[in-house]
Design a protein around this ligand. Structure first.
Ligand SMILES: *Cc1c(COP(=O)(O)O)cnc(C)c1O
Length: 380
């Protein structure tokens, strides 16, 4: 007898409904309407406004970074962060294949090529050991940085992604990247509120990027942020993402190819109202994670919990099933019962635009790809 009908019942009871249960719905319980109305009353709905400034102050504080820049979305943020880290046309960038497509796309937008390195089984994020093994075999230090001996290309950056809000083993990763002089740009899109050894994710590398898309822990409709402790880089990020305009009382002077990647004040208003509730969202999710953990431990299904020395934000919670067959059965039964569940992403090298990219053994990524399933995780 399958134990999945009982799992379905547990999730329905946890959410107090037999109707459709989404994977992750936004939760608006604070000043959202008030702040949105304010943008209309003041006419400041567009690319400048007090909420954009306030959002940047709040984000710097939350991520304990010296500078935060509001952006139109997270993908654009990773694109610009990589450019600021020094990534250029023809370079290579190390990242994980087990990620959302935006991570790899942001690398490709810079004319660079992703090189896919394996993840750790416990964090589901980029493995310091696998990065080290790759660099021991292919890395070569030259005056201006690290090169890939087999391709002759510069390895210009490394992008770990904190999968579902579970922090990557950052100490190990930062150590190996520093040894090989490779800047680290964190894809922290999913990990707002997560901590590694007491420090927020996003501000551990040279630059970090968050997303505020509709399905993330905090949403502003659509939006992103770059955070960094390097104030000069932060200022450069602001300048590049606001059309590279030189301040002038009335003339339009632009001295570099910039972008219009601004977050409108309308979205920033929503973001501010949501960020005010982040602490409550984190606590609420943590209590659901606890209920899931104790329930699943009683029926032998592996529920994923945070690793030692870290605090996950439990953005999307997940179970690890025994094999692909079990996974497929679980997906079918839960979705038929209107309990929304989704498999983890297909590995990036399966997608046509990345199928020729270099990769290592991908042992853990291949294992997780067949077994990890997200289960309903919304704030209740
Ligand atoms: C959501 C997400 C992004 C992109 O964020 P957008 O704001 O949707 O552009 C990037 N990377 C990962 C891993 C994500 O989950």
């Amino acid at each position: 007898m399958s134990k999945y009908p009982e799992v379905i019942q547990f999730i329905q009871e946890a959410y107090g409904t037999k109707e459709f249960i989404p994977l992750h719905a936004p939760h608006f319980g604070g000043n959202e309407k008030k702040y949105l109305n304010d943008t209309i009353d003041t006419t400041f709905v567009s690319s400048v406004g007090a909420y954009v400034d306030r959002f940047e102050v709040m984000m710097a504080e939350i991520s304990q970074a010296r500078k935060a820049v509001a952006l139109v979305n997270g993908t654009a943020g990773i694109q610009v962060a990589l450019r600021l880290a020094g990534v250029k046309q023809g370079d290579e960038v190390l990242t994980q294949a087990l990620t959302f497509v935006a991570t790899a796309n942001a690398i490709a937008y810079n004319g660079a090529t992703p090189v896919f390195i394996d993840v750790d089984h416990d964090t589901m994020g980029l493995s310091p050991k696998a990065v080290e093994e790759f660099l021991e075999e292919f890395g070569e230090l030259r005056e201006d940085g690290c090169y890939n001996k087999s391709t002759g290309k510069k390895i210009a950056a490394c992008v770990p992604m904190h999968t579902f809000g579970f922090p990557v083993h950052m100490d190990g990763l930062l150590a190996v990247c520093s040894k090989w002089r490779i800047p680290v740009v964190e894809d922290a899109a999913e990990s707002l509120g997560s901590e590694y050894k007491g420090k927020p994710t996003g501000s551990l590398g040279k630059l970090g990027v968050f997303s505020f898309n509709g399905n993330k822990i905090v949403t502003c409709g659509g939006g992103g942020a770059i955070v960094t402790n390097d104030v000069k880089l932060g200022e450069k990020a602001k300048y590049l993402t606001t059309t590279a305009k030189i301040p002038h009382p009335y003339e339009y002077v632009h001295d570099e190819l910039g972008y219009n990647f601004r977050m409108p004040n309308l979205n920033a208003a929503l973001a501010c109202a949501q960020l005010e509730q982040l602490r409550r969202f984190l606590d609420n999710k943590r209590s659901l994670a606890k209920e899931y953990a104790s329930y699943f431990s009683s029926n032998g299904i592996k529920f994923r919990t945070e690793t030692e020395d870290t605090k996950a934000n439990y953005w999307l919670m997940c179970v690890e099933l025994e094999n692909k067959q079990e996974r497929d059965l679980f997906l079918k039964m839960t979705n038929e019962a209107k309990v929304m569940t989704r498999p983890i992403w297909q590995l990036m090298f399966r997608l046509p635009m990345y199928q020729n990219c270099r990769k290592d053994s991908q042992q853990n990524a291949l294992f997780l790809e067949e077994r990890i399933v997200n289960i309903p995780s919304s704030v209740r």
